[in-house]
Every structure is written in structure tokens, then in C-alpha cells.
Design a protein around this ligand. Structure first.
Ligand code: GLN
Length: 202
């Protein structure tokens, strides 16, 4: 891509500002997306952490769902963290009634999977595609991935504790998803990984 790619952050609810700040450090044009017309102007989309049920409802209320789905089906790269991971899942366990996702990643995620005892926790994780030190992964009422189809590449699993072995980062084609929130740690390597995906897709 000759010019810097334009990466939108879906800005109806959630930690939009944090993603915009992380992307701003990655040599891309980062902008919030709130209107259907803005979907046509982006090369890629980030679905932030927040509350997947609220993001789903507001996305439909603001007529963003169809244009986003059309772009995703046409191969637009997207990265979802936490609630955003849920929005990219083909199947959700413990969804609320009527909850919809965009889908695109052949996986089943379980909402709020880690349970009350460990609703929020942090762990150092090895993430495939992220070189150097492990990634400090912050989980906040996070989903995990229960099962994946053959086309899905598992990038990270929880190393220890009651959730050991659970899948928490995946990639399928141009879609990337993490159960955790790199946008709130100041470590932009996962965003850089996504930007590399965007550049090679372009
Ligand atoms: N539990 C939230 C949901 O179901 C996700 C939490 C998060 O994004 N931090 O959407």
C-alpha cells in the first residue's frame, strides 16, 4: 500500500480512545467510525472491547451493521479485542437473547467465560506473530474460545491456572481476535501485527 492505511475503530461503545491511541503509534491513519458513510472510507476496522450486546444493538440502531457485514464479506481486515472478539465469532455461548455477531471467524466463544473468581486478571502470554517479550494480557470479563474450525490459526492459549489451555487469540484470513485488551497496556505489538495484516491485504 503506497500511502498509510486508514483504520477505523467502531465508535458506538467501548474503549475506542485506547485503540485510536495505539493505532496512532503504528504509522496508520486512525479514525472513529460512527456513520454508515464512514465505512466506505476505511481500509480496515477495529472492534473494541466493551460490551458486545450493547455494541451489537447500537450498530444495528445506527444502520452500521449491513455496511460492516458487506465490507467484511468482501475481505476487509478486522481486529476485535474482547467484546470485539465476540462480534467476530460465528457462534457464541451465553449470548443474550437476540444477540447478533458479524461473524467471520469459524469459532465458538463463551462470553464472560473466566467466571466470577477470575473476572479480571493479567497474564504474560506468548502470542504467535509477536516477537520479543511475552505480551502482558489483561482480561476483563473476557470470553475464551471453546472450539475452532480448521481454517482458524490459534495464536495464544492461557499458560497456567484454572483456565490453562484455553484459546485467547486467533486469526482467520484477514480477521484477528484476542480475548484480552492490548489497547490498555501501552504495548502496541498486537496492533502492529494487525497493521501488517492490513498492509499485506492491501
Ligand atoms: N463481557 C463483555 C461482553 O460480553 C466483554 C468484556 C470486555 O470487552 N471487556 O461483551
Amino acid at each position: 500500500m503506497p500511502t498509510d492505511p486508514v483504520i477505523g475503530v467502531l465508535a458506538v461503545q467501548g474503549d475506542v480512545r485506547e485503540h485510536l491511541a495505539a493505532l496512532a503509534e503504528c504509522d496508520v491513519v486512525a479514525r472513529p467510525v460512527r456513520r454508515a458513510t464512514e465505512i466506505a472510507e476505511i481500509d480496515a476496522l477495529v472492534l473494541p472491547g466493551g460490551e458486545s450486546t450493547t455494541i451489537d444493538k447500537l450498530t444495528r440502531a445506527f444502520d452500521l451493521r449491513e455496511p460492516i457485514l458487506d465490507r467484511l464479506k468482501a475481505g476487509m481486515p478486522a481486529y476485535g479485542s474482547c467484546a470485539g472478539m465476540i462480534l467476530l465469532a460465528d457462534r457464541v455461548v451465553d449470548a443474550i437473547e437476540g444477540q447478533q455477531t458479524f461473524g467471520g471467524i469459524d469459532m465458538t466463544v463463551r462470553r464472560n467465560a473466566f467466571g466470577r473468581q477470575v473476572e479480571s486478571f493479567e497474564e504474560d502470554l506468548r502470542v504467535t506473530g509477536v516477537d520479543g517479550e511475552p505480551v502482558r494480557a489483561v482480561f476483563i470479563r473476557a470470553p475464551w474460545v471453546e472450539e475452532v474450525g480448521d481454517a482458524v490459526e490459534v495464536l495464544a492459549t492461557v499458560a497456567e491456572g484454572p483456565a490453562a489451555g484455553r484459546i485467547v487469540a486467533v486469526r482467520q484470513g484477514n480477521l484477528l481476535a484476542t480475548s484480552f485488551h492490548p489497547e490498555i497496556t501501552g504495548d502496541i505489538r498486537v496492533h502492529r501485527l494487525f497493521v501488517e495484516m492490513v498492509r499485506s491485504a492491501g
